[in-house]
Design a binder for this molecule. Structure first.
Ligand SMILES: [Zn+2]
Length: 364
């Protein structure tokens, strides 16, 4: 197994295209062509984690938080990031980070948190915008069925829980090939009139190349007429945060107790309790305070996230209860998420969860 194959697996699960603009997910250091001897999974890359990988004889560290977040002007032993990079390169350790693309993935960080809390009927709190495309392609009637199947199989035509979605309009196509052509119907140099179907469908940007390739392979024409244009529709399968429902209604204090137990957190900072029973819950692993407005608008009773500032607790007013469970605590299951993904796809591969507690925050 090469580093590149591991990257491809994570690309299927959480395409790097769907990371936030400020992020730096992907291979942080190393060589994509390296044969992987084993993978160590961690939230953060620290020197201890690199040592742990060396001791295990593993040459790949998979982290949630990118080691390199801001642009580096130098790599020296005088700062922690520099020391980690130097050590990793000396020991031939590869470092791969899957950050906000894993947060945004429909089956990613927040889905796993919902699972741990026992939330049902989940949906993305803040779906991504600008990630969907419309494809229109013109094809002879007899070939429309096959072409539709091929592009659907490549991932086009998904709307929410529906697949195979398209709109088909019959019409007339015209074309004339020059002396260098070999037209599928008609003769070169003569105008041909053809009964065609215009197939319109939708696809996410990360599947664009795959869908075009499938379309070109299935289309009988040597020059395929098609249009691709961007949409402003929100992509319900990817985005930050998630909402879901508890099995029954739960008292607010009892719910905070559940959070304390599930996330093994030393302390939960919360806004004033509203006294309402908890049924709908919004979650966002990591720093989710910017989604407070979305959480309130979703009608959630509690917003479970971290890194809220003092004044943001006022913004909860009486509309929602903020439960700040700690950044590390809220993302701790990301390690299990990555582990399960690797095990499901490569059952014989050597993977371990790091035993280093990288949480830099302590509770007194
Ligand atoms: Zn984080």
């Amino acid at each position: 197994m090469t580093v590149s194959e591991i990257i491809s697996l994570f690309e299927e699960f959480a395409p790097a295209l769907y990371q936030e603009s400020y992020d730096n997910s992907g291979l942080q250091a190393g060589n994509k062509d390296d044969e992987v001897t084993g993978a160590l999974i961690t939230l953060d890359v620290t020197e201890e984690v690199v040592d742990e990988a060396v001791d295990l004889g593993y040459n790949l560290i998979i982290s949630h938080h990118p080691l390199i977040f801001k642009g580096l002007k130098s790599i020296t032993a005088n700062d922690p990031t520099g020391r980690i990079i130097i050590k990793a390169l000396q020991k031939k350790i590869n470092i791969l980070s899957i950050h906000t693309n894993a947060d945004n993935a429909g089956e990613g960080v927040n889905h796993y948190i919902c699972r741990k809390i026992g939330l049902k009927d989940t949906s993305i709190l803040c779906p991504l915008e600008g990630k969907l495309l419309k494809l229109s392609v013109f094809v002879p009637e007899d070939h429309a069925q096959n072409l539709r199947e091929q592009i659907f199989n490549a991932g086009a035509g998904m709307i929410g829980n529906y697949d195979f979605c398209s709109f088909n309009t019959p019409g007339t196509g015209t074309f004339r090939g020059n002396e260098n052509t070999n037209p599928f119907s008609g003769e070169k140099g003569k105008i041909n009139i053809e009964k065609e179907i215009k197939i319109e469908t939708i696809l996410p940007v990360h599947l664009k190349n795959r869908v075009i390739k499938a379309m070109l392979a299935a289309h009988p024409y040597e020059e395929v007429a098609y249009d691709i244009y961007p949409l402003e529709n929100r992509y319900s399968r990817y985005g930050l945060g998630m909402t879901g429902y508890l099995e029954g209604e739960v008292n607010q204090k009892d719910f905070l107790q559940v959070l304390k137990r599930v996330f093994k957190t030393g302390c939960i900072k919360h806004s004033r309790l509203t006294g309402k029973e908890v049924k709908k819950v919004a979650v966002c692993g990591g720093s989710g305070s910017s989604l407070l407005g979305n959480a309130i608008a979703s009608g959630a009773d509690v917003f479970v996230s971290s890194d809220f500032k003092y004044h943001q607790f006022f913004d909860a007013e009486n509309k929602i209860v903020i439960a700040d469970i700690g950044h590390f605590e809220s993302e701790q299951f990301t390690k299990d998420l990555f582990y399960e993904l690797l095990m499901k796809n490569f059952p014989k591969f050597a993977v371990r969860l790091s035993e280093v507690n990288t949480n830099p925050v302590f509770y007194f």
